[in-house]
Design a protein around this ligand. Structure first.
Ligand code: NDP
Length: 449
């Protein structure tokens, strides 16, 4: 069968079974296009339906999360956990609290997580979960009651050797604290069942910074393939949450001029550059006051706020999408390319649409998919799990050095499988195949289960 037909027939089968899950199908299609030709070229993998097994979650759980708001009204949300693949270790992946959360979104994230975790070289399977709960505008008490209720059901499915969740959109250190507190109470045990914990109760140094820093370390390796660096480069960044904040911090440290940040209300453009002090203000605004990004222009009036817009129209050398899925479209990609952008490195999961990825590949600019470039977060979560098991803490410098090494190793793995005949580095192909190989080998060894 011709390769295109093979991919189409595979996707037809997956589509039939997941017909109402567009984000999941998008993530599978991207992997199928690069991994199916590879499987066909390798006798040990061919004919074993490995990818067909990998697209079916080992387990998908939904559950009721009732809670009481500040007005005394009873509210109900839906909780989820997708336990996608545990061939190489316990399920590992974040929890997302956002009104847009659906089975499709969580399955796409869990599927990507399997490849990402494999790339880190640490023994972690892939999972993802969360709830269609909107933390925006909720009081601390409401957040606590929701997290506690979530855990009174969720505790049954997780454990330090079974499934170790972490944060994602809407789940930061505050939420991890409330979730961990209830788990510890119900189970009467203090174990590393969640990562992203506070430092005084089992957390790892550098974990808050890890996804953002790791994205920049990966981009440093990408730029180095063209003898370039962050120094003096103009950086457009989206998001203003955990990943965006620390990607901005590291890029600034490396001499770049970061000119944009955003949230779901729009983006701010600061032509003078977002300095270390201005970023400290954003961190206070977002992490403590829980305000909106337009407050930045009140504080720094030379900056501009563009309502309901994304930053991809601005002239930049490097673009770092760090907010959410499908936030960078084909048209955005064309604008970036036209404006001279040389590198796009994803901090978020699947922020670029398939049309955008095609445009980057055709223009042959550097492009890294999140499953490779944002793997620093989960890698450091893996290091947190190790420290919890050893009941021991590494220093900030030790964790940072390990993170740098892991990101550099992921880059090397992408090069191993991703260099095209004309020399172009196809990071999508490299990450997909490198991630696939480790999981596939384990699945083959363990038989059909
Ligand atoms: P946060 O909740 O800390 O921040 C998310 C940011 O993205 C906020 O600025 C938010 O704005 C914005 N955002 C969310 N949804 C939308 C939307 N629909 N449209 C526009 N902007 C939006 O999350 P993180 O920084 O942790 O996560 C960001 C991305 O990085 C996600 O794709 C996540 O899956 C990925 N990621 C995170 C990791 C981590 O360690 N935290 C690890 C690997 C990947 P607003 O406040 O207005 O909603």
């Amino acid at each position: 069968m011709k390769m295109e037909k093979k991919i189409k027939s595979f996707m037809d089968e997956v589509r039939q079974r997941n017909v109402h899950e567009p984000e999941f199908l998008q993530a599978v299609q991207e992997v199928a296009e690069t991994v199916i030709p590879y499987i066909a070229s390798q006798k040990i993998y061919d004919g074993k339906n490995l990818l067909l097994r990998m697209v079916e979650p080992e387990r998908a759980i939904t559950f009721r999360v009732p809670w009481v708001d500040d007005q005394g009204e009873i509210r109900v949300n839906r909780g989820y956990r997708i336990q996608m693949n545990s061939a190489i270790g316990p399920y590992k992946g974040g929890l997302r609290f956002h009104p847009s959360v659906t089975m499709s979104i969580l399955k796409f994230l869990a599927f990507e997580q399997v490849f990402k975790n494999s790339l880190t070289t640490l023994p972690m399977g892939g999972g993802k979960g969360g709830a269609d709960f909107d933390p925006k505008g909720k009081s601390d008490g409401e957040i606590m009651r929701f997290c506690h209720s979530f855990m009174t059901e969720f505790f049954r499915y997780i454990g330090p050797n079974t499934d170790v969740p972490a944060g994602d959109i809407g789940v930061g250190s505050r939420e991890i604290g409330y979730l961990f507190g209830m788990y510890r109470k119900i189970k009467n045990e203090f174990t590393g069942v969640l990562t992203g914990k506070g430092l005084s109760w089992g957390g790892s140094l550098i974990r808050p910074e890890a996804t953002g820093y790791g994205t920049i370390y990966f981009a440093v390796s990408m730029l180095a393939t063209q003898n370039k660096s962050f120094d003096q480069k103009l950086v457009a960044l989206s998001g203003s949450g955990n990943v965006a904040q620390f990607a901005a911090e590291k890029a600034i440290q490396l001499g770049a001029k970061v000119i944009t940040l955003s949230d779901s209300s729009g983006y701010i453009y600061d032509r003078e550059g977002i300095t270390k002090d201005k970023l400290a203000y954003v961190m206070q605004l977002k992490n403590v006051e829980r305000g909106r990004i337009d407050a930045y222009v009140t504080k720094y009036p030379t900056a501009k706020f563009y309502k309901n817009k994304t930053p991809w129209n601005e002239i930049c050398d490097i673009a770092l999408p760090c907010a959410t899925q499908n936030e960078l479209t084909g048209d955005d990609a064309k604008k970036l390319i036209k404006n001279g952008c040389i590198c796009v490195c994803e901090g978020a999961n699947m922020p670029s649409t398939p049309e955008a990825i095609t445009a980057f590949r055709e223009a042959k600019i550097l492009f890294a998919p999140g499953k490779a470039s944002n793997a620093g977060g989960v890698a450091t979560s893996g290091l947190e799990m190790t420290q919890n098991s050893l009941r021991f803490n590494w220093s900030r410098n030790e964790v940072d050095e390990k993170l740098k090494q892991i990101m550099s190793d992921i880059h090397t793995a992408c090069l191993k499988y991703g260099i095209e005949k004309d020399g172009y580095i196809n990071y999508v192909k490299g990450a997909n195949i490198a991630g696939f190989v480790k999981v596939a080998d384990a699945m083959l060894a363990q038989g059909v289960i």
